[in-house]
Design a protein around this ligand. Structure first.
Ligand code: TYD
Length: 237
């Protein structure tokens, strides 16, 4: 792995992460878009290429949001299984708080150690769900996330594009607080991700997630390997 210093190409502010040498890839999309399945497959396939995937303490693992730290998992519980109604800004700030914890304790140290990290959701979920679908504003939600992001944005964000009706039908088991809000919210979320993709074309790729799992996986892996190559990691190195 190259030892060169790298300022992240997509840094919101160029502070604190200048020694990052790893790669950060997030998977995004509406509920039931298949992103968790694809994130797990992506980890397996990148690891099979010899890349140092996942946190060093939990090699090969996907990092999920909200969560990924003790405090983050506790916040996740409030967000997904807590009080039925939460003020929109309370919701946005709780997601941002869980994220700040993850950035500080996991993402920055692991990226500095040169790891390739696969995230099951990151800040773009907040932009699409809270910023667009809840109507708080993409810029306003990005602004409250900014201090906790410490300048970090993904090298690549893959949005799995799936019809919200199909996505909701795919979600199994008891719906969490957000899924329980139904189709109307999911349609706004899909529109939100489309806006986010147009807003950040240099790092966000839309991939049609309605196709067969293996076809989607091939597209996801190809995009991820391009991002890894861009960052300058040697495959199998
Ligand atoms: P999760 O169980 O990860 O759902 P999924 O398997 O569909 O990803 O639950 C995360 C939920 O939280 C999901 O409904 C999206 C929502 N969410 C936000 O609204 N804002 C955010 O910033 C994040 C990270 C998630």
């Amino acid at each position: 792995m190259p030892e060169r210093e790298r300022v992240p190409r997509h840094a919101a502010t160029e502070t604190s992460v200048s020694e990052q040498t790893g790669v950060l890839i997030s998977l995004e999309g509406g509920d039931g878009c298949g992103k968790s399945t694809q994130a797990a497959l992506l980890c397996e396939r990148l690891a099979a290429c010899g890349l140092p995937v996942g946190p060093s303490s939990d090699q090969g693992a996907v990092i999920r949001e909200p969560g990924g730290t003790a405090a983050g998992e506790a916040i996740r519980d409030v967000l997904l299984h807590g009080p039925q109604t939460l003020a929109p800004w309370a919701e946005a700030l709780l997601y941002a708080a869980a994220r700040a914890e993850l950035v500080e304790r996991v993402l920055l140290p692991e990226l500095r150690a040169g790891r390739v990290l696969i995230l099951d959701r990151f800040v773009d979920s907040s932009l699409a769900y809270q910023g667009f679908a809840r109507g708080l504003g993409i810029d306003a939600v990005l602004a409250v996330n900014q201090p906790g992001l410490r300048g970090l944005l993904p090298d690549l964000t893959i949005v799995l594009d799936v019809d919200p009706l199909v996505g909701l039908a795919r979600t199994g088991g008891a719906p969490d607080r957000i899924e329980a809000e139904g189709l109307d919210l999911q349609q706004r979320v899909a529109a939100g991700f489309a806006v986010v993709a147009r807003r950040f074309p240099e790092r966000v790729r839309l991939i049609d997630g309605s196709r067969d799992i293996d076809i989607v996986a091939a597209a996801v892996v190809a995009a991820a390997l391009e991002a890894v190559a861009d960052v300058g990691l040697r495959l199998g190195g």
